[in-house]
Write a protein that binds this ligand. Structure first.
Ligand code: 5AD
Ligand code: SF4
Length: 450
């Protein structure tokens, strides 16, 4: 063990899986004496955990590296040897190219290699040369990752992420995930349960199960059979201390009957589902290789609402996929009106090098994409406002997560993930309290404990 602590700065871009991965990287480095800092200026190791899903992601990383190079130079003047690493999906996609364009980078490694981080760091330090690791290894990285330590977990709060599935075999024609995260893989049930138990022991009350395609989960069960996500949820529900379960992100094709029923029968599963549809047009869905129609999606929504009438729905949308006509876009607005979302994300199509969509000829002009995105976001915004307004006067159970901005104020999350403020309370962070929603603000709700 080194006698002085070294400082680690990690910047996460993109999805929640990157947030989880960053935490695991920090755990991997803790035994070598690294402690996290939120100041890049005094770090000994800087890791950019990158995302490649949309828009000039790689360019953003290069400009961030420009800023970091100055930190490295300044620290070198003080006798510090700052190591710089690029991890995540841009690292996977760009590989050696990153070293060519930014030679001061010491390590480039993809999402499947984080368990080798101490080894890669030692190699970079010993040889003084850059290390690039973008292979998809045969071993299961989760077997080698250091488990979250309870002390650190506590500092990460009462709601935690837990990756149960990674990679994707769906190959939607716009998406880089199958190339950067690799083939679909599910962690065995008992490994997931052991990690969930450790989190619960450390005070975590709510776990969000993560996977690029989480409802395709098919991990090995304790009985040797393949278990689906519904079975996993019922198993985790047994863990004492754990009060709330969520999962994200799902694909409509994998929304099987058992998982739909779990929304009725799994008491700890929150009544909120993020189920991306991407487009409401059957011909665009086909071109996107989504493997389902708008009608199929609407049918699932209806069945979920039957199983769990108070469920709130969320989705992702892409506007301006190649070939999208005005009529196709109207179909997207129509499906939004048909479903009525509580919340949703929407994006302009961004051609990703190496994906089939990028090679299609009928690319939609930027102005058309912008105009469609604006109209879609206006509609989704109206729905979100209406959903929040409908919560006024309702009673919810709130998980208190952190102090608010003012003395005596705490912020919690509703079952629908809305931030809710409460004041004048003796309740503590980590408590789940019944509240009455009093007022609806632009970004949060306020309530009193009943
Ligand atoms: N362009 C725009 N949006 C994309 N997404 C994925 N790939 C692209 C792309 N090339 C969106 C999808 C997905 C979310 C995570 O990001 O809506 O569900
Ligand atoms: Fe990407 Fe489609 Fe897989 Fe989701 S299901 S990760 S959008 S390829």
């Amino acid at each position: 063990m080194p006698d002085t602590k070294r400082k680690l700065f990690i910047k996460s871009y993109g999805c929640q899986m990157n947030v989880y991965d960053s935490a695991r990287m920090s755990d991997m480095l803790a035994p070598s004496g690294y402690v996290e800092t939120d100041q890049p200026d005094d770090a000994d190791l800087i890791i950019l955990n990158t995302c490649h899903i949309r828009e000039k992601a790689a360019e953003k990383v290069y400009s961030e590296l420009g800023r970091i190079r100055k930190i490295k130079a300044a620290r070198a003047g003080d006798g510090h040897d700052v190591k710089i690493a690029v991890a995540g999906c841009v690292a996977q996609a760009e590989g050696e190219e990153i070293i060519r364009r930014a030679p001061m980078v010491d390590m480039v490694f993809g999402p499947q290699t984080y368990h080798k981080l101490p080894d890669m760091l030692a190699r970079a330090e010993e040889t003084g040369r850059s290390v690039v690791e973008t292979e998809f290894p045969v071993e299961d990285k989760f077997d080698h990752l250091v488990q979250p330590s309870s002390v650190k977990t506590r500092s990460r709060g009462v709601a935690a992420f837990l990756t149960v599935q990674e990679g994707c075999d769906k190959f939607c024609s716009f998406c880089v995930v199958p190339y950067t995260r690799g083939a679909e893989f599910s962690r065995p049930v008992e490994r997931v349960a052991a990690e969930a138990r450790r989190l619960a022991d450390a005070g975590v009350k709510e776990i969000t199960l993560l996977g690029q395609n989480v409802n395709a989960y098919h991990g090995e069960g304790p009985d040797g059979a393949s278990w689906g996500l519904a079975q996993l949820l019922y198993h985790l529900e047994e863990i004492d201390g754990l009060e709330r379960l969520r999962f994200t992100t799902s694909h409509p094709k994998d929304m099987d009957e058992a998982l739909i029923r779990a929304h009725r029968d799994c008491a700890k599963l929150m009544p909120y589902l993020h189920l991306p549809v991407q487009s409401g047009s059957d011909s665009i869905l086909k071109a996107m290789n989504r493997k389902h129609s708008a009608g199929f999606y609407l049918d699932i929504i209806e069945r979920i609402r039957q199983a769990r009438p108070d469920i709130a729905l969320s989705s992702d949308f892409i506007v301006g996929f190649p070939g999208e006509t005005d009529a196709d876009f109207e179909d997207t607005l129509k499906i939004v009106r048909d479903v009525n979302y509580a919340q949703a994300y929407s994006f302009k199509y961004s051609p990703r090098p190496g994906t089939p969509g990028a090679d299609l000829e009928a690319q939609v002009p930027e102005e058309v994409k912008s105009e469609r995105l604006q109209r879609l976001q206006a509609l989704l915004g109206e729905q979100q406002t209406a959903f929040n307004a409908s919560c006024a006067g309702q009673k919810f159970d709130l998980l208190l997560e952190k102090p608010g901005r003012y003395p005596g104020q705490l912020v919690g999350r509703s079952p629908y993930l809305q931030p809710v403020h409460v004041t004048n309370t003796n309740a503590a962070i980590g408590d789940i309290v019944p509240v009455h929603i009093d007022a609806i603000g632009a970004n949060s709700l306020s309530a009193h404990i009943v």
